[in-house]
Design a protein around this ligand. Structure first.
Ligand code: TPP
Ligand code: MG
Length: 273
């Protein structure tokens, strides 16, 4: 039986998808495929997992390492009431704090990211700091899968395991695609779960659009004592909009008003394949 919490997350994810689509369409810029891929993960964290308000030093930390999913992030923050919804219309514009990669100018964003490959190092540091401070907070980092080709991730992965940072969770948005190409064609990541295990992490593979599964694994972390947790979330780039799903062009293609209408109609009437 799906839980009430999962139903709430799903409702928010549907609203956030509509906001993100409208935001990138208005701006004529952004990375909508990446936004829709990560949306169920983001909404599960923000509406069902992360503990503590913005001023609580012991709040759980979230780091959007795939910072180009910024329209998704801002849409979630708007639904959380952290950002005014009207401000989404300024996304990507001159002088707007809503830049196309996230920054700490925006309330609720903990770290500046955008140069791929650095979020996990920041996360390992944040998790280490929590331990030193005796805080029970957890740190969650969301990376892209193409992003894992950056070697810095694997240095951070080694350190986190070596320090037994079981308060750290990395979520890999495993949509099998990077910018315009398949990850396996460019620089194969498989067997990805074995890679993380061999670096000393506890690993779980889940459906990155199944909110019940996501709630279960995030709430249950650490999944093994004394090990950091890696959640490999199998996702679909462009999830929820049929003409975007698995279509490499939609990493960052411009969403015209006609196509926006089509996408919003699909969201309203469902596209559950
Ligand atoms: C160091 C670095 N190199 C290149 C880019 C440009 N860039 C932005 S998104 C992207 C593709 C990322 O693919 P992936 O990590 O799989 O994320 P997805 O969009 O599939 O979720 C690239 C290469 C960047 N932001 N940082
Ligand atoms: Mg990817």
């Amino acid at each position: 039986m799906p839980s009430q919490d999962a139903a709430l997350v799903r409702r928010q994810a549907a609203r956030a998808r509509a906001l993100a689509l409208t935001t990138v369409s208005t701006a004529g810029t952004g990375h909508i495929g990446a936004d829709l891929s990560a949306m169920d993960i983001l909404c599960t964290l923000y509406f069902g997992v992360l503990r503590g308000g913005p001023d609580d030093p012991d709040r759980d930390r979230f780091i959007l390492s795939k910072a180009h999913a910024s329209a998704a992030m801002y849409s979630v923050l708007a639904l959380k009431g952290v950002l005014p919804e009207e401000e989404l219309a300024t996304f990507g514009g001159a002088g707007s704090r809503l830049s196309t990669v996230v920054s700490t100018r925006v309330p609720g964003i903990e770290f500046n990211t955008g140069s791929l490959g650095h979020g996990l190092s920041l996360g390992a540091g944040a998790a280490l700091a929590a331990r030193v401070q005796g805080s029970g907070r957890r740190t969650f980092v969301l990376t892209g899968d193409g992003e894992l080709q950056e070697g810095s991730n694997w240095e951070a992965a080694m350190l986190a395991a070596s320090r037994k940072l079981d308060n750290l969770v990395v979520i890999v948005d495993r949509n099998l695609a990077q910018k315009g190409a398949s990850t396996e064609d460019i620089n194969a990541l498989e067997p990805l779960d074995d890679k993380w295990r061999s670096f000393g992490w506890a690993v779980r593979t889940v459906d990155g659009h199944d909110v019940d599964e996501l709630l279960d694994v995030f709430r249950g972390a650490p999944i093994e004592e004394s090990r950091p947790t890696c959640v490999i979330a199998s996702t679909v780039k462009g999830k929820g909009v049929s003409f975007m799903e698995r279509n490499l062009e939609w990493h960052s293609r411009r969403l015209t008003p006609d196509l926006l209408d089509q996408a919003l109609r699909e969201l309203e009437h469902g596209n559950d394949d």
